[in-house]
Ligand binder design. Structure first.
Ligand SMILES: [Zn+2]
Length: 405
């Protein structure tokens, strides 16, 4: 059983502590951040175990974090989101600052809108919703199957249904597309998110995304990707932002996709590390290598499937394995979701289940089309709010939750 403080509860109880929101700056490191706020580096970094230290490297520029200060302007608490599941919680207890990783509490809503094309879909969605993310998702979804440039006309209808996370009353994390529809030349084109977490077109053919090869052939996966996991022995929250492939020392590691090597050197707990930049903001990382293949260095281009190095156990590693990461615009994503050598065609039972899901989605789409569902704009964030102070009535603000794995 762990105790989670429900920190930012909006309430009318007037304690004079204030929450401020700020953005993590480009290039800012956790240590520089602590120094800037005059927070103790020893207890909040150097005394942490390696896993927690690794977590602090996950802060990304542009992320919103919260600071709670007391009446003397001294920092009481900090919440630094690492991904959409886990956050660093720094808090003061008996005059000392403590560090912990805790789950992020967010709510998810299903939202939808329909719009009529004014020029390109990208422009239309941007103009209509103000959301670059929604525009990006829509265009990327149809990129390989439709030719908007030639075929789309002014007035063509589009509909998007997606899931959006909210945290503290604000938009949080990337929206997840459930279904998108565009009608061109009186023909409707769809993309559906199926129960297997993959996207399919109206015929039940998988939509090709970013295709990766497996970085070590025939290797066993010894540890899976998770944005948050409760460690039953250590009693703490951790993350594993990659996949571990256990293999014998010296087994060749291949580039999962074609791209440019942007790093090939030692890096702290990663050991010998190669980073490859791919198209569309994707990046792959290969850690703990025994050695690099001859000629593999920064600036070089590699092809998908080309050997880049060999399995080892350099850096913080308990045995020979490859720690493999996939990132999109800095954000860690589950490689297994995109590792696929062939695209899938649904058949049999799977196809039947898909057709049912498709029928439901199509009904929703028609409903939104007929009602001309408008995009709901969020009311602006209030930057100051009053909350329960942690020092008083602690029990009232405690939420007890079971860790879920
Ligand atoms: Zn790993």
């Amino acid at each position: 059983m762990i105790r989670l403080f429900l920190l930012f509860i909006f309430t009318t109880t007037l304690f004079s502590a204030e929450v401020h929101r700020d953005r993590w700056l480009n290039g800012e490191t956790y240590l520089v951040f602590l120094e800037k706020l005059s927070l103790p580096i020893r207890s909040l970094y150097y005394n942490l175990d390696k896993d927690d230290q690794r977590l602090t490297e996950e802060m990304r520029s542009g992320v919103h974090y919260q600071i709670l200060r007391d009446e003397n302007n001294s920092i009481e608490q900090l919440l630094l989101p690492l991904n959409d599941e886990l956050q660093i919680h720094i808090y003061k207890r008996h005059g000392k600052y403590k560090f912990e990783a805790i789950p992020i509490i967010s709510t998810t809503k299903t939202e939808a809108f329909s719009a009529k094309i004014v020029s390109s879909p990208n422009y239309t969605i941007m103009k209509y919703t103000g959301s670059k993310k929604l525009a990006q998702i829509f265009t990327a979804s149809f990129r390989n199957s439709l030719n908007f440039k030639n075929d789309i006309r002014k007035g063509d209808p589009i509909v998007m249904i997606y899931k959006q996370k909210y945290r503290l009353g604000e938009l949080f994390s990337m929206p997840i597309l459930q279904v998108a529809m565009v009608e061109m030349k009186h023909k409707k084109h769809y993309i559906y998110l199926n129960d297997d977490s993959r996207y399919y077109d109206e015929k039940g053919h998988e939509v090709e995304g970013f295709l990766l090869a497996r970085p070590v052939r025939g290797a066993r996966i010894s540890s899976y990707f998770t944005k948050r996991r409760y460690h039953p022995v250590l009693h703490k929250w951790k993350a594993h932002l990659g996949i571990d492939y256990a293999a014998r020392r010296g087994t060749p590691i291949v580039a999962a996709g074609s791209g440019k090597i942007i790093y090939a050197s030692r890096m702290g707990s990663y050991g010998n590390l190669v980073k490859i930049r791919h198209a569309d903001g994707y990046e792959t990382r290969y850690a703990h290598m025994k050695s690099f293949r001859r000629g593999i260095r920064k600036g070089k281009y590699v092809k998908k499937g080309q050997t880049i190095g060999y399995v080892g156990t350099t850096g913080r590693s308990t045995g020979p394995h490859l720690h493999f990461e996939l990132r999109k615009r800095g954000r860690a994503i589950n490689p297994l979701r995109v590792v696929q050598v062939t695209t899938k065609k649904l058949k049999g039972k799977e196809k039947k289940a898909f057709l049912k899901l498709q029928k439901n989605y199509n009904e929703s789409i028609d409903l939104h089309l007929n009602n001309q569902t408008k995009f709901k704009k969020l009311t602006p964030f209030v930057s100051k709010c009053y909350i329960h102070s942690l020092r008083s009535k602690t029990d009232e603000t405690d939420a007890r939750t079971k860790p879920n794995n």
